[in-house]
Design a protein around this ligand. Structure first.
Ligand code: ADP
Ligand code: MG
Length: 748
């Protein structure tokens, strides 16, 4: 920061009137630069043109008064069982009572300190025979005359401790006078015109200094508020536009690399497709078209495939693998855990073995055999290698790797994906042979997925070929997220969506039960067990401090075994177990060595147990809908009808119960994801509150979705118009704004 000519990036103390003391106060509020100050927008406006005297105001009207606090105290209304805070204010013509209920903060008490002069705006009411205002908008004034000097519609800012509103207002004004001329949009002028966007400077100006615009007596606060909307949208657009440009540039970088021109579908592809015992859904066909289109193109594919569990993603990935193999290339297939990798291996083995395609499962503990297998991959004898992410982490050498399929399942490992970087080879213009691609580790409700590497290296060696072509990448995820959100999270990837289930798939019967009806649920469990089916019982993670309140998986497993289902085998699976223990337990469950598996969310990862037909989720209100949907996907994977039971306590709010009802109504992961996002916000929904989403200054990802879509569209249109100089500047801006969130290659 603080580059030449970057006036907006100057620290706030560059401003006359801002010394070290005010600097510190501002910094506490996140205001460091002149630009931050411009972005510190009013939270509301106050019409100070029509000040009233207390002696004139009447019950039932809205009024603005200036008065001095003469007394204040806490109250308790026994009758309503309500706490309140009251201040008596006087303006020389009379006095009224001002009251606040609930949230009574120290801040409020400070505001109401005796002697303070307050500007109060609100509805006039009556309590007994005294006039009162309840929860008025309130501003501390420096003195009684301040209002006379500034009779206008004024901006009101979120409180900065130790800094008066009037002072702040003057400082922002000064910043505008001194530096406002340097406000410059990254949106090209002709595009602003084309889309009717007001100039950025104007948007800031109108938001910060409304009185310039509505000084006439006829303008109303309402009019102002509606205008504000338009100017705010302009700022949001600016922010989203920059963000989308960043993602597109990032994507463009990948596309510039030398990829592989695969041939169109060949013999293996056709043979595999013909052999399928079912017809592909039209969603699958569409996706395959997109994948094939990418693969035959010279640019490396960088595609994300989203779709609910069981929608047929793996089949699509196998068909993509066929395209690579048809063209004489190798395929690497990776999953986050060994058990999932093995599952993939078994599926793929079934089809490729018969087609004469040599493949291998690179296990963790292979012993001596490993060398031989590695040799086979290096020599190209083995065409498909399946394993965990260690597959590419540990310098496995391929003869001719063409396609990497990554099964991310539910984990949003892709979110903080750093851009694949090339380790410079030193020789001018030559491609390096390694690509480094970082994936951030993720947490599942606090349970660390320990067996997944946080960062891994994609070390690809094609010793035989002179040019090192970058293989195509296909990432699969079974966690649908709202389309608009995927534009933010996966904006640098091409996204394919399968939003259709194969025909004849049975819906998982889902029902919300109250705690007190647990016995009914136990009866239902018993019915399943009698049919020799298996059951999952899931508990939320237990934090130490909550132990008393929540049922703990461990204790419940013991209880079920001893007191409820003594003649069945109860198993336990939780995140604190060692990886090998977990895998062993899962393996036993899969092989019917366990009837009831009591577990925490560790089972979320796409484990396939076709004989499990029932899942019970305790304290269901503690989970996000998307997570419940993931959990529900653990059943219904075989031929038998399956059930999902969500248990919640009657003590929980109506809202919590209503939320759970969404699960009864739909099994569409995208619908559930939308609901989840509306209810919990995008960060929480993804379970990546701390690490995940980029922070936006003015935009709200949920509310301002349409602006994001628009920004994306415009960014795509104008991408090519930027000069190299522009790109450098844009890059700098992006780094300043989101350096921790989007990792950007050096474009210049
Ligand atoms: P995902 O990877 O999305 O969870 P899979 O590709 O594993 O889904 O498919 C789930 C199951 O559905 C598999 O048994 C697969 O053979 C089957 N399947 C896939 N596509 C279809 C289809 N179009 N019609 C019927 N069954 C299908
Ligand atoms: Mg290609």
């Amino acid at each position: 920061m603080g580059k030449k000519n970057d006036y907006l990036g100057l620290p706030v103390h560059s401003l006359k009137g801002v010394g070290p003391k005010i600097s510190i106060l501002m910094e506490r509020k996140g205001i460091k630069t002149i630009e931050d100050l411009f972005y510190f927008l009013p939270i509301r406006y106050e019409d100070r043109r029509h000040l009233r005297k207390i002696s004139e105001i009447k019950e039932g009207e809205k009024a603005l008064i200036v008065a001095k606090v003469v007394a204040s105290k806490s109250l308790f209304f026994r009758h309503f069982r309500k706490k309140a805070y009251e201040a008596i204010v006087d303006d020389g013509t009379g006095s009224i009572s001002v009251k606040w209920f609930q949230w009574i903060s120290q801040y409020l008490k400070n505001v109401c300190r005796k002697g303070n002069i307050l500007l109060l705006s609100g509805m006039v009411g009556k309590f007994g025979n005294r006039l009162q205002m309840v929860h008025p908008d309130i501003t501390i004034l420096e003195d009684e005359n301040e209002i006379e000097a500034y009779k206008a519609i004024v901006p009101v800012y979120s409180e900065i401790e130790g800094l008066k509103q009037g002072t702040l207002r003057n400082l922002i004004k000064r910043a505008f006078e001194d530096y406002g001329g340097h406000i410059k949009s990254i949106v090209p002028a002709e595009i602003e015109k084309l889309y009717g966007l007001v100039p950025l400077y104007e948007a800031f100006l109108k938001l910060q200094f409304p009185d310039d615009d509505v000084s006439s007596q006829t303008s109303s606060l309402e009019l102002l508020t509606s205008l504000r909307h338009r100017y705010l949208e302009r700022l949001i657009f600016e922010e989203y536009f920059l963000f989308q440009l960043a993602l597109l540039m990032k994507r463009g970088e990948v596309k510039k690399e030398q990829g592989i021109n695969f041939q169109a579908k060949g013999a293996y592809y056709n043979r595999f497709e013909k052999g399928l015992p079912f017809k592909l859904t039209s969603a699958q066909k569409g996706v395959l078209k997109e994948i094939e289109g990418d693969m035959v193109r010279n640019e490396p594919m960088n595609r994300l495939l989203q779709g609910d569990v069981g929608c047929g993603k793996t089949i699509c990935a196998i068909l993509a693998a066929c395209i690579a193999i048809d063209s004489g290339y190798q395929v690497a297939f990776m999953a986050p855990t060994e058990i999932l990798a093995e599952q993939h291996y078994l599926t793929i083995h079934r089809v490729f073995e018969g087609m004469g395609i040599p493949l291998t499962f690179l296990r963790g503990n292979m012993g001596k055999e490993r060398r031989e297998v590695l040799e086979g991959i290096k020599k190209g004898k083995i065409r498909v290698a399946i394993g965990t992410h260690a597959l590419i982490q540990e310098d496995v050498e391929f003869e001719k790797l063409g396609l990497v399929v990554i099964d991310e399942q539910h984990r949003f490992g892709v979110i903080q994906r750093k851009l694949l970087k090339e380790k410079g080879s030193g020789v001018g213009g030559q491609r390096s042979e390694d690509r480094v691609r970082g994936f951030e580790g993720s947490r599942v409700q606090g349970e660390e997925v320990k067996d997944v590497p946080v960062d891994f290296q994609l070390a690809i060696r094609n010793p035989q070929s002179a040019i090192h072509s970058v293989p195509d990448t296909l990432v699969m995820t079974a966690t649908p997220i709202p389309r608009t959100l995927s534009m933010v999270v996966y904006g640098d990837l091409d996204v394919s969506i399968i939003d259709e289930m194969p025909e004849g798939r049975q819906k998982i019967w889902t029902k919300v039960f109250l705690d007190k009806n647990k016995n009914t649920v136990y009866g239902m469990i018993e019915e399943e067990l009698k049919k020799e089916r298996q059951v999952f019982i899931v508990y939320p993670l237990v934090e130490e401090s909550e132990k008393v309140e929540l049922l703990n998986a461990k204790e419940m497993a013991a209880y079920f075994q001893k007191s409820v289902f003594p003649s069945y085998r109860v198993g336990l699976l939780h995140g604190r177990m060692k990886a090998e223990e977990k895998e062993a337990t899962m393996f036993r469950f899969k092989n019917r060595g366990i009837d009831i598996l009591v577990c925490t969310t560790v089972i979320e990862v796409g484990i396939d147990v076709p004989n499990a037909t029932m899942i019970i989720i305790e304290h269901a209100e503690r989970f996000g809908l998307s997570q419940l949907h993931q959990l529900r996907g653990r059943v219904g994977r075989g031929l038998h009808p399956s059930k999902c039971i969500l248990i919640t306590s009657e003590k929980k709010t109506a809202l919590a119960t209503k939320r759970l009802k969404v699960m009864e109504e739909t099994t569409d992961g995208f619908v559930i994801a939308e609901e989840d996002m509306k209810l919990r916000g995008p960060g929480d929904m993804l379970g990546v509150r701390q690490a995940g989403l980029p922070h936006f200054r003015v935009g709200d990802i949920v509310k301002d979705v349409n602006i994001m879509i628009h920004a994306r569209k415009v960014a795509e249109e104008v991408m090519h118009k930027f000069t190299a100089d522009d790109v450098v500047k844009i890059n700098e801006k992006v780094m300043e704004r989101w350096e921790n969130n989007i990792h950007f290659s050096d474009i210049a």
